[in-house]
Design a protein around this ligand. Structure first.
Ligand code: ZN
Length: 94
C-alpha cells in the first residue's frame, strides 16, 4: 500500500502506520479512523468540525470554485450547520 503524501506531511505517523490521516483520507474513510470519529489533520492536530467547515467554505468553495451544495455533501455532518452559518454570514454581508 503506497503512503498518501498528504498523510506523510500533515498527518500523524507512528513508524509506517497512520495514526491520524490527512483530511482527504479521513473523508475517503467516511470520517472514521481506527474505529473513532476522525476529521483528519492539516498539520496542526485534528481539525474541528468548525474548522472543517471553514476549510471548505474559504478554500474549496471560494478559491477552487466548488459549489456550496457539493461542499456540504463532502463535509462531515457535524460541520454542516456551521457551513450553513457561513453562507448566511456571506449573504448578510453582500
Ligand atoms: Zn492522506
Amino acid at each position: 500500500m503506497s503512503m498518501c503524501k498528504n498523510c506523510e506531511t500533515y498527518g500523524v505517523m507512528e513508524e509506517d502506520k497512520v495514526i491520524m490521516p490527512c483530511t482527504n483520507c479521513a473523508r475517503d474513510a467516511g470520517f472514521m479512523w481506527n474505529g473513532s470519529r476522525c476529521f483528519g489533520s492539516q498539520g496542526d492536530g485534528e481539525v474541528t468540525s468548525r474548522e472543517y467547515a471553514e476549510i471548505y467554505f474559504y478554500m474549496v468553495s471560494q478559491r477552487e470554485g466548488m459549489t456550496h451544495e457539493k461542499c456540504i455533501e463532502l463535509i462531515p455532518e457535524e460541520s454542516r450547520v456551521y457551513y450553513l452559518k457561513l453562507i448566511l454570514m456571506e449573504t448578510a454581508n453582500l
